[in-house]
Write a protein that binds this ligand. Sequence first.
Ligand code: AMP
Length: 408
Amino acid sequence: MTFDVYHFNSKINAGIQASGYSLPTPIQKEAMPHILSGKDVMGLAQTGTGKTAAFVLPMLQRLLGGPKRKGRALIIAPTRELAEQTHNAIMELGRKTGLTSMSIYGGVGIQPQIRRLQKGVDIVTACPGRLLDHINRGTIRLSNIEVLVLDEADQMFDMGFFPDIRKIIKRLPAERQNLMFSATMPEDIKHLASEILKDPVRIQIGHKVPIATVSHTFYPVTTQSKNTLLLRLLNRNGTESVLVFTRTKRRSQTLADHLERAGHDATALHGNLSQSRRQKALDGFRSGRFKILVATDVAARGIDVRGISRVINYDMPATADAYTHRIGRTGRAEETGDALTFVCGEDKGPLRAIKQLLGSKLKYAKTEGFSVPGRVSKERPKQWPPAPKKNFRPRRANENRRRSKTFL
Ligand code: AMP
């Protein structure tokens, strides 16, 4: 199912295309039809699921129609970073719509915000404290608000924002669409939801656990040895399609170049590339012209390529969620797949989260010569050495035979 089914305005479709989205994510599939029909929605979903676009796209659609008034949509977010990120998503998805957006938060001068507000803005994404400040100064007009989004409600509760939010909501027109998103649903959130939402549609996007057909192996390595280890692993399995993840756009490019120079059919996929180059990289990978795609998380989100047999986390994903997303690219549709993850000293935090996610001991490969002995204490993660326990059982029966020697 593509985005066509939603019949978005062509200016919005241009934004979807420019963002590189080809298929809606589960939360988008579930939530967008209801939001488009004007219903209130309570969405239980975490960051990384595509929830921002799930509310932004229908919001843009609504604002392109209806009265030619400013200040019709308000998003409340707990942190500056999220406010800024949401504002950027609006700018990106709405780039051709002519609609205007701004973010409002404390810790920066209020005057530029006031001047911007005076000019009139279609969509405001705000943190509660500074928004309340503007309300009290009379520098923001909320009488035209038709859509209210409360994003990451549980975090706003944890940060003590609910009293502010209640004050803000009292200043909004009673007739409006309300959308609320939260990663968890404790009693306080349920309570706020029952106060704010009218006959809401409830949507829950489950935590996707890595598919059982994927085997997970971890490789202790120093930062300096990553390239050598990667080449060693790639040379061993020359004909497979491999997706390699890096943390930064720049590294994705330099690593792809490096692999190419080493004789591999490799290409990069990251946000600094033009849409046409991204498409070319993806098409080339799909067709098998490139065996190796070196990508960043954001660029690889939502990509659907069949037959990827390996995902290599050259850089450790930042969160367990990101790990799930990355390895979800292999082992699809009953095919088996391998997830190989390089582990450095600084990766302790995410490693712990991934261990929890997998719910079992991590399986480490022997990488003698790659983790420098003299620097081990500095480089090693806390649970080092996580030697496989005696009664350790791999997931698949035939996996034992295949992996008994490890990769190196
Ligand atoms: P969010 O959960 O809203 O923070 O989104 C996480 C990431 O997924 C962002 O980088 C979005 O740009 C990206 N994203 C959202 N929807 C899609 C989609 N349909 N296809 C690919 N990427 C998406």
